[in-house]
Design a protein around this ligand. Structure first.
Ligand code: ATP
Length: 519
């Protein structure tokens, strides 16, 4: 645990020191849970966006993109249910004055119980070796069966109390389980209250006649209200999707986990419109998108063991099925992306509140109906944190020194190539500049001539640059350079003419996108 906390602190300080993420308005001591992306951070964020956007819009003939405004007509949020139901149950600790989400306290409690189970499974696997049958072990070992049953009972009771808005029972559950403030151990809790997460503002003059507005808490509604505009203008036929990347804001109660939970963040959402009743079951669209999205994550090569599905017991008011893709963050497995089967809830609600018909005429069945929706929704910043925290490692080298390296998936690295003249004289800088000019149309390329070559390599390692190109005296004679690979630190001699292709094979997104198409 302490080790993971250390890692998380290191992630935060590394992100700041090397120009990835800064606290917002830091000269005024920052603003809670708001962050700015620096030179390398903004590049990397754009690369994540590109990977998502291309995989969705460019690779699918039946998915198109939009870019809707953050302000929307206020009735949107009545129709979507956000005015009435976008609440988090909050609880305060009277001693520490710290505020928590009651549901998160309970979920963390259950996650700790599950950690114990996982430890027992690991131990048993070591003991039994090849012959170990996990399924049998967890279904026949009494204390594990009992532990899992208790976990399920706690989650079921929480879901039922939240559904019934029985907040007193949520508090009773926290007390029965003797859940304490994670920071201090105090169990002096207030009542549980509901807290709406939307930020309000005003349109027009503050005096009479101004309109109360909300800043959008999710990008999805911009897609739903534009359903007919998009379907007609782009002549889309069901099934088809609308994708969007954009800012969303939420007045989060608990905001202590760096960019994991921000008050202003970006979402990458795709709403897939389908015929009613084609969403569930083995060949349903929900399952298809669940698998497609996990494949997108695994394709980055950050290890299958770091992802897992979490199917929801407690469904949001709009969903008939929901799964999270969870990632192993430094503070444990947490939601990275949500896949939700939203039925016709949103389109029907907007039809009702706007009084406008929002239906699709299906030329194959000659019928008009309200399409159903399967949504995939991922936080861009959360994805950034997943990639960044996973990639940051301190590596023990054979000579006993430690190298800090950001092993980013090459397609997401902010800088792809660094060109380094071995010396600052003898025509080497000129040659290196010439190579930068050759590469910069295809790759984000930097030039660095300061300090010894080893230090320059390390400078690129900490920002995750996959390839360094070194120009030396021989280059001037034989037209070859040394390329050094970030992860293996291996070096090879290649011709300047072949550089572009060699680099592209490692960093070009086209190969990663092509892998997504493979069965
Ligand atoms: P959580 O349970 O963590 O609050 P959520 O279930 O409310 O998340 P959704 O409304 O499904 O999240 O939003 C979709 C995605 O947007 C999430 O999977 C997450 O990646 C991202 N996201 C949601 N809230 C935030 C936030 N405050 N900061 C950063 N990313 C967020």
């Amino acid at each position: 645990m302490a080790k993971n906390e250390d890692l998380f602190k290191k992630v935060v300080s590394h992100a700041k020191e090397y120009g990835f993420i800064f606290p917002s308005s830091e000269i005024y001591d920052g603003l809670g849970a708001v962050y700015d992306y620096g030179p390398y951070g903004s590049l990397m964020k754009n690369n994540i966006k590109e990977y998502w956007w291309k995989s969705m819009v460019q690779m699918h003939e039946n998915i198109v993109g939009i870019d809707a405004a953050i302000f929307m007509h206020p009735t949107t949020w009545k129709a979507s249910g956000h005015v009435d139901a976008f609440n988090d149950p909050l609880i305060d600790n009277k001693d520490t004055k710290r505020r928590y989400r009651a549901d998160v306290l309970l979920e963390d409690y259950v996650a700790k119980m599950e950690d114990k189970v996982q430890k027992d499974i690991q131990k048993a696997r070591k003991r039994f070796g090849e012959a170990f049958d996990e399924e049998k072990f967890v279904t026949t070992t009494p204390h594990i069966v009992e532990n899992r049953a208790r976990q399920a009972a706690i989650m079921k009771r929480m879901a039922a109390s939240l559904d019934a808005n029985d907040l007193a029972d949520v508090k009773a559950l926290i007390e029965e389980l003797e859940i304490a403030d994670p920071d201090t151990g105090s169990r002096n809790w207030t009542e549980v209250r509901q807290f709406n997460l939307m930020f309000g503002t005003k349109l027009g003059s503050v005096a009479d006649g101004s309109t109360d507005l909300y800043l959008r808490p999710e990008t999805a509604q911009g897609i739903f209200v534009n359903f007919l505009n998009v379907q007609k203008s782009a002549r889309m036929k069901l099934p088809f999707g609308i994708a969007q990347i954009g800012k969303a804001v939420r007045n989060e109660i608990v905001a202590r986990q760096f960019i994991f939970r921000m008050r202003e963040f970006e979402q990458m959402e795709m709403q897939f419109f389908i015929r009613p009743n084609t969403e569930l079951g083995e060949n349903g669209w929900f399952d298809k998108w669940r698998k497609t999205r996990l494949k997108w994550h695994l394709n980055l090569g950050m290890g299958e063991e770091n992802y897992r599905y979490h199917d929801h017991d407690k469904l949001a008011h709009y969903a008939n099925a929901a799964t999270d893709i969870e990632f192993r963050f430094p503070f444990g497995f947490k939601e990275l992306e949500g896949i939700h089967s939203r039925t016709d809830f949103d389109l029907s609600a907007h039809e009702k509140f706007s009084g406008k018909k929002i239906q699709y005429f299906d030329p194959e069945t000659n019928q008009s109906y309200t399409p159903y929706v399967v949504e995939t929704s991922i936080g861009l910043d959360r994805m950034f944190l997943a990639v960044f925290s996973h990639s940051l490692v301190d590596e023990q080298l054979p000579d006993g020194t430690v190298r800090t390296v950001l092993r980013l998936p090459a397609i997401l690295a902010p800088v792809k190539v660094a060109v380094l003249p071995l010396l600052k004289k003898d025509g080497l800088p000129e040659k290196a500049h010439e190579i930068v000019r050759m590469l910069k149309y295809d790759f984000n390329t930097v030039y660095d001539e300061k300090d010894a070559i080893g230090r320059r390599y390390r400078r690129q390692d900490v920002i995750g640059t996959p390839i360094c190109v070194t120009v030396d005296h021989e280059t001037l004679e034989d037209g070859c350079v040394t390329i050094r690979h970030r992860d293996s630190m291996e070096q090879e001699r290649v011709s300047i003419e072949s550089l572009r292709d060699i680099i592209a094979r490692e960093v070009d997104m086209r190969y990663a996108l092509a892998r997504l198409e493979e069965e």
